[in-house]
Design a protein around this ligand. Structure first.
Ligand SMILES: [Zn+2]
Length: 90
């Protein structure tokens, strides 16, 4: 499951889509911010630091809600959108 956070039109007419989604099988709550360009298919993943092997259940380094990770992903998407000149493939 993923939720679209934002979309940026690229210089070439494609779209960079930024979404939060679960990066782990069996989990439904989001653990990463994922960006993908519909033109060149270039993508970027910012992991929120979920530790699947953490046995105590306490996630010390987990970026709850992607508060730090999503701005990093949005910056990547904006930068890519301003530079990518590939026409949409879909
Ligand atoms: Zn692109």
């Amino acid at each position: 499951m993923s939720t679209i956070v934002d979309r940026f039109p690229t210089a070439g007419g494609a779209t960079v889509e930024v979404a939060v989604r679960s990066g782990y099988f069996g989990r439904t709550d989001p653990t990463e911010t994922y960006s993908v360009c519909s033109g060149c298919r270039d993508s970027d993943t910012v992991d929120w630091g979920w530790d699947p092997d953490c046995e105590s259940g306490v996630q010390r380094h987990f970026d709850e809600g992607g508060k730090r990770s999503t701005p990093i992903a949005l910056a990547w998407a904006k930068k890519h959108a301003s530079r990518c000149r590939t026409a949409p493939t879909i």
